[in-house]
Design a binder for this molecule. Structure first.
Ligand code: RET
Length: 278
């Protein structure tokens, strides 16, 4: 039997674990957006506004992401290749009790992380007073992490190729980690924002490592956690902290320290320095 989009929609609706992992985040993202808009209502400095907007975009993309999952649009049952722990597995549809081939993949997550996570990095880079080159590099490699992660999730031709994609994704991740752990701390120190930067940077690094490990042990990886509902709740829990708690910390600090971010040089390149008049 082939699985339709309606099947996936109904399955999410009738599987309490999987369903709540999705609906809870739509609710939280919506409430966060309203709350952040209220918090930042008096911010007029454009650079502080850019930090606030970046953080808010993360929640906005999250609503899109989870709506894709809730509607069944970005969920599929995938038949894993030979060698994979879930090869030959079937899934019982929650609404009909019917057994269908394959395991459930919430691949829409990886697709939409491509559009949400760059704004986490933009907020971090702006807080650190980074120049444009480092922000651009972090954003590009970050998008690479997510798109190759999508490749890993959707590849059904070969077990090895799934892990090859995973490895490629990690090489992109190493570049982002380097910027977060080596480059931006220096910038943040120079900008005098190291306290908040280090706090939200630590939160980001720990959680992002969590996502990468979770993929490896979840139903799409080694399937040490074979239940798609539990796998999904893991990401959903990470999302709550990596998106809404992160954004709250960033926005709350920014509205109280507008002076510290407004003077920063976003572009920071030598092209903008005015030559001495002699
Ligand atoms: C994947 C699998 C392939 C290897 C690596 C991964 C890393 C994912 C990360 C995700 C962060 C997501 C966030 C989402 C919030 O909107 C794609 C799981 C390295 C770091 C912060």
């Amino acid at each position: 039997m082939s699985v339709t989009q309606t099947d996936m929609f109904e399955h999410v609706l009738n599987d309490p674990l999987l369903g709540t992992s999705i609906y809870a985040n739509i609710t939280l993202a919506g409430l966060s957006l309203l709350f952040f808009a209220y918090m930042a209502r008096n911010v007029t400095d454009p650079r502080a506004q850019l930090i606030v907007i970046s953080a808010m975009i993360v929640s906005a993309v999250s609503i899109v992401s989870y709506t894709g999952l809730a509607s069944g649009l970005t969920i599929s049952t995938l038949e894993m290749p030979e060698g994979h722990q879930m090869a030959g597995e079937t899934t019982e549809l929650a609404h009909s009790g019917e057994e269908v081939d394959g395991t459930i993949s919430l691949w829409g997550r990886y697709l939409t992380w491509t559009f949400s996570t760059p704004f986490i990095l933009l907020a971090l880079g702006l807080l650190a007073g980074s120049n444009m080159t480092k922000i651009f590099t972090a954003v590009f490699f970050d998008m690479g992490i997510m798109l190759t992660g999508l490749g890993a999730a959707l590849t059904t031709s070969s077990h090895l190729m799934r892990w090859f994609w995973y490895g490629v994704s990690w090489t992109f991740f190493v570049v982002v980690l380097y910027i977060l752990l080596v480059e931006w701390p220096k910038d943040a120190e120079a900008a005098g924002t190291e306290e908040i930067f280090n706090l939200v940077r630590n939160l980001t690094v720990v959680l992002w490592l969590g996502y990468a490990v979770w993929w490896a042990i979840g139903n799409e990886g080694l399937a040490l956690i074979a239940d798609p509902g539990i796998t999904s709740w893991g990401y959903s829990a990470f999302d709550i902290v990596a998106k809404y708690v992160f954004s709250f910390l960033v926005i709350n600090w920014t509205i109280k320290n507008v002076d510290k971010v407004s003077s920063g040089e976003l572009y920071g390149s030598t092209a903008r320095t005015v030559p001495d008049d002699d």
